[in-house]
Design a protein around this ligand. Structure first.
Ligand code: NAD
Length: 487
């Protein structure tokens, strides 16, 4: 059946659907960037809350400024903004029709500003990708010189960027004496609230100090840590929803069954009672971000290269290989977990167990080549700080040095069976030169690249790395991993 509100009652019982009357909902949130992740994550939390009979004045109005969003609006409109969300549980797929979005603003900045001025809208949330925050790569500050930002600054009454639109709407609310909305970033970047604030206030500051000061003082930008692996939708996903559940959905979402949302409780104009559906409200999100960065992202970064060298393609196949699974566990337990500051009430052992299960989920179909992408960007975020932290505390780094040596071995461009590896990395040239100097020369002399930051000149790290690389060169990856696991 083609999905729309008229078929909700005739769907098979196996498909969950809104346990509330959507006609009773009223809008409280405008969400900018209605991609897949929003519909797998925030929209589902609200759908669950509405199903409890709560928070019916917090329905979502979709919005966006990109051609992507206009196309999404066209797909969702004929289905009354409903989305089929399929959870990829290895024990069996399940489908839920999510009804928490009740409208979608025309993809037009002026229409969006008009909507954002309505007093009922108390939260503006967004998933506009990590790249959407106009961060100056050199300073880490707001890039007010970006051509799109410059264009908005020249024409602040007719902005086209998210931040131009938010500032214009906030100024209208201020002039009308309407309390400002809270800006809630749900993008996957550390301190996403601070980054959103930096962009909104940065944009306002380039217009007027008064506007910037007012926003900085009156608008809340809670930080949040979000988690739920949500692949892009293609024909495979549309067909899955049609063939398995009998629903014709133009834009379904598939995602893993795991979801986490840790949010700073900083909503001066109110918020839905999301704690009733599993959202964790905390005073400071930073420790949770560090947990995710080091244990989850660090775990992904650690298994990527040995798995590729051993010829694994899917992450779940790599996790079924005892060498990889045990390497991950030992590395995490011995060297990563102990560096993450304790969080009251959170067990890192349980978190690691969940991660191991998530990585092992065959239904997600995540790939090792994806995890291997862009190592020169990921290793400095997910692994190298853990090494530095341990060195600063005088702790051993054998496993992490081995991880770095395996990454370097991967950069040589062939796997253990001699198959070619294509290095996809902005710094591919530097990395292969480094790998060649470490693994390909008879002199045994090499230098650490500046890509490693301060670690490049840490003697203790150099020694451990060299020892690991020598072992890999002599014994090969399999025997090196076995030796590490015995140690
Ligand atoms: P998606 O490609 O489905 O959607 C991206 C959305 O961002 C679209 O609505 C697009 O129009 C909008 N966008 C992109 N650049 C923009 C810009 N400069 N200004 C305004 N809007 C812009 O991607 P997705 O899977 O929904 O992921 C979106 C974000 O969600 C990610 O970048 C990440 O920060 C976060 N996230 C995703 C996942 C995941 O597994 N997909 C997990 C956790 C967090």
């Amino acid at each position: 059946q083609k999905l729309d509100k008229t078929v909700l009652n005739s769907l098979p019982d196996t498909i969950s659907r809104p346990a509330y009357d959507r006609a009773d909902l009223s809008p409280g949130i405008v969400h900018i960037g209605v991609g897949n992740f929003h519909r797998a994550h925030q929209a589902i939390y609200l759908d669950r809350l509405f199903s409890l009979g709560e928070g019916h004045d917090w329905a979502i109005v979709g919005a966006g400024l990109k051609p992507y969003d206009a196309a999404m609006r066209e797909r969702l409109k004929p289905q009354d903004w409903l989305t089929t969300v399929v959870e990829l549980d290895p024990k069996g797929l399940s489908a839920r029709i999510c009804g928490s979005m009740i409208d979608f603003v025309d993809v037009d900045p002026a229409a969006l500003i008009r909507r954002l001025v309505e007093p009922g809208i108390r939260i503006v949330s967004m998933t506009i990708t990590e790249g959407g925050y106009y961060v100056d790569a050199n300073t880490g500050g707001f890039d007010s010189g970006h051509p799109e930002i410059q264009a908005d600054l020249e024409n602040p009454d007719h902005p086209r960027t998210v931040f131009g639109v938010l500032v214009a709407a906030l100024m209208k609310r201020r002039a009308a004496g309407v309390a400002p909305f809270t800006v809630m970033s749900c993008d996957n970047l550390p301190e996403n609230g601070h980054m959103a604030k930096q962009a909104v206030v940065g944009f306002a500051r380039a217009l007027s100090a008064d506007a910037a000061d007012w926003i900085a003082e009156h608008v809340a930008f809670p930080n949040g840590m979000v988690d739920c692996i949500t692949p892009a939708t293609g024909d495979r996903e549309r067909n899955l929803v049609r063939d398995t559940f009998g629903i014709e959905d133009a834009a379904p979402v598939v995602c893993e069954p795991f979801r986490q949302w840790v949010l700073e409780d900083n909503f001066p104009t109110g918020r839905p009672a999301l704690e009733k559906v599993g959202v964790e409200f905390v005073r400071d999100v930073a420790p949770y971000e560090l947990m995710k960065l080091r244990i989850l992202n660090g775990g992904h970064a650690a298994i990527a290269y040995p798995s590729a060298l051993l010829g694994h393609y899917f992450v779940h196949d790599a996790m079924a290989d005892p060498l990889i699974r045990d390497f991950l566990r030992k590395l995490e337990e011995d060297e990563i977990l102990p560096t993450v500051p304790e969080i009251p009430g959170v067990s890192f052992d349980d978190y690691l167990t969940t991660i191991t299960e998530r990585f092992s989920n065959p239904a997600v179909g995540d790939t090792i080549p994806r995890l291997c992408l862009d190592g020169s960007n990921r290793q400095p975020k997910f692994i190298l700080p853990t090494i530095q932290d341990r060195l600063d505390r005088g702790l051993p780094i054998k496993g992490l040095a081995l991880e770095t040596a395996l990454w370097c071995r991967y950069c040589l461009g062939t796997d253990e069976a001699g198959n070619a590896i294509r290095l996809e990395d902005d710094n591919a040239g530097k990395l292969s030169a480094w790998a060649a100097s470490v693994y390909d020369t008879s002199s045994g002399e090499f230098e650490m690249p500046d890509l490693l930051g301060n670690l490049a000149c840490e003697p203790a790290f150099f020694q451990a790395f060299r020892e690991a690389a020598r072992t890999i060169a002599t014994l090969g990856v399999t025997e090196t991993l076995k030796a590490y696991l015995k140690g």
